[in-house]
Design a protein. Structure first.
Length: 208
């Protein structure tokens, strides 16, 4: 039991150090590091953070037939048409209604800002992370997810046992249909047609 808690303490330390590094890069070295590489590093970090939170926050509830709808998820979205572009959020749909409110999203552990935006609007931006705005902040024009099984850009969800899902099922019996079984590749392309790829490995949970 002590080893279990020690492992998570080490993970927390590593995560905070990585996050400090990313934020430091964005603040002090932004002119020296290509935006495309910065957002790749940030997304890898946020995917790992989502997986870590999911491991701690077991959503299973035998009294709730739709418990799996609340799995922690990183989802890519289109901004509203008047703004254009792409963004992402990290959330748990506590109300299980498909509408994601700010209060259902994760907070950045260092800044305290929500990893959330409402269609890229800049209203009340003081408590929302501007770094989720992929096009506005990083010039990302396209995202392709090889394992996407949704009708939108795509999403990645995590279970507390290490399982990774490409979609939130509508019935518990259908969860296996959307369980990640092969490597998933998230390809980010910027306005200059440069691209970077993030790999998610199902069996080990490795993200790089």
């Amino acid at each position: 039991m002590k080893r279990f808690y020690s492992s998570f303490t080490i993970l927390e330390i590593i995560f905070v150090l990585l996050l400090v590094g990313i934020i430091n890069s964005q603040v002090t070295l932004k002119n020296n590091i290509p935006k495309l590489k910065l957002i790749k590093q940030q997304l890898i970090l946020h995917l790992k953070y989502t997986k870590y939170i999911a491991m701690l926050d077991n959503k299973y509830d035998h009294k709730d037939s739709l418990w799996f709808r609340k799995l922690w998820t990183l989802k890519f979205l289109h901004c509203k048409s008047s703004i254009g572009g792409l963004y992402y959020i990290i959330y748990s749909d506590k109300n299980k209604n498909g509408y994601i409110s700010k209060d259902e999203t994760l907070k950045d552990p260092l800044t305290g800002n929500y990893i959330y935006s409402y269609e890229c609007s800049k209203d009340s931006l003081y408590d929302k992370s501007k770094f989720v705005l992929l096009t506005q902040e990083y010039d990302i024009k396209d995202i392709h997810i090889s394992c996407n099984s949704t009708d939108t850009i795509g999403q990645i969800s995590f279970g507390n046992n290490g399982d990774i899902f490409t979609r939130l099922a509508t019935e518990e019996s259908k969860m296996d249909k959307y369980r990640l079984k092969n490597n998933c590749y998230i390809v980010l392309k910027d306005k200059k047609n440069h691209q970077e790829t993030i790999t998610i490995v199902p069996n080990t949970g490795e993200i790089y």
